[in-house]
Every structure is written in C-alpha cells, then in structure tokens.
Write a protein that binds this ligand. Sequence first.
Ligand code: XBP
Ligand code: MG
Length: 249
Amino acid sequence: MTLRALIFDVDGTLADTENAHRAAFNQAFAEVGLDWQWDEPLYERLLDISGGKERITHYWKQVRGDVVDINGSALAETVQRIHELKTAAYERRVQQGGVQLRPGVLALIEAARAAGLRLAIATTTSPVNIAALLLRAIGPDWAQRFDVVEDASTAPLKKPHPQVYLQTLARLRLPAADCLAIEDSFNGLQAATRAGLATLITPNAFTADHDFAGALRVLENLDGLGIEPLRRWHAERPAKPAAPMARRA
Ligand code: XBP
Ligand code: MG
C-alpha cells in the first residue's frame, strides 16, 4: 500500500472560509427581507449540518418553525433563492480577498505534485465557491492541479455521508488504502473514515472542540509539512481506520 493520492476537503481545510460563508448567509437573509442573523456561536452549531441549503432548511424548520413560508413562496423554492444570493455574496467576498489559504496548503499541493502524488478535492460546498477560492489562490490553471473534484453538484448526499469520498476514489480509480484524506471537522472525518480513508485533521476555530477519535493525526495546520512524514504516517496507519467515536465532544 503506497501513498498515491491526497484528497482535500475545502472549507476549513484549504482555507478558513466559514466566517465568509456566515457573512454571506446573513447578507442573503437581509436581501430577501428576513431578520435572520447567524452569529458565530449559532453558526458553529449550524455547521453540524453540511451543505448551505440543508443548513438554511434546518434552521428554518428546527429553529424558526414559526415561519411557514416567505413572501408566499414554498420552503424549497425560497431556500434555493436564498442560497443563490448567498453564493453570489460569498463569491464576491472571496474575489475581494476576504479569504486566504491556510498555512502550508499551497506548499503541500505543489510538493505532492512534484512527488508524483495525485490530488483530489472532496467537498460539500458548491463548485462556484471552489473556483472562486482557488482561482485567486492558485491562478486560472488551478484545476490542472487536481485529477478529481467532487462537490455539492456531483455528490448530493452531504458529509458525514461518505458519498463524496466514495465517488472521488472511484474516479481516481484508487483503493482507499493508497490515499490520505485531509479534513477539518467531525463530519468530514466521519465521511472519509466511512469511505475507508486514513484521515489527517487540521482543526480550526469552528471545529476545535470536535471529537477527532479515529483520525490518523491531528495537526494545528499543514505549515512546513512535507511528503515524507505523510508517507511515514500512511505506512504506519492501522490496517483499517478505526470508526470514529460518538459525536463531537
Ligand atoms: C463545508 C460545508 C459547506 C459550506 C458552505 O464544506 O458544509 O456547506 O459551509 O458552502 P466542506 P455551501 O467542509 O465539505 O468543504 O453554501 O456552498 O454549501
Ligand atoms: Mg470542511
């Protein structure tokens, strides 16, 4: 079992994007005339729901059950509209420099390519968001760095469901044993582990208290991380990654 590919999550892993997402959600709520405002403590809890449309729907149904429809439009139609406005607002924020890659991410991507590893992205975010982030961070040829990109548009079942990772592995035509996943959250660890992947975790402010039992390693960030330690950790990992424990701490 040789390490042949790295599979990156996006939000919280490639970049600390979630406060920009949170601001974009709040902007979209205002644009449709809703008094909904997601502060950081609330958003941290809402991040347990992967997927922007699923998160809005959860909030509407679970937390604001008093709101039966908005401007006469049905729930799904309104959620779609809000999410379109949110995605446009997020894209503008990223284009204006509101989000940078986390330490060590770009260097690891380049080192992995130079070492002949294949790279993939497995995320529950929307493709527009990936393109906005990586166009600014890497340039117009960003997509050439990645053999496979699976996202909300190709994998509708969101993390912790393993679908996005299973589809990534199938398109890479590699067994999970020859790959490593890099994630930031409990849901991401669950999804990758259920797909059979050993997973490196780099937490962020929103996920610092999550339960990462079953992770291959938990690192503060990827700064200074070369391919050799990854190869070593990959070689040392248990035959089958332990299933993660119960929910976040
Ligand atoms: C994180 C998510 C996404 C983002 C918001 O994705 O769950 O929903 O929070 O983006 P990942 P969208 O960590 O898997 O990259 O509004 O486009 O869903
Ligand atoms: Mg993430």
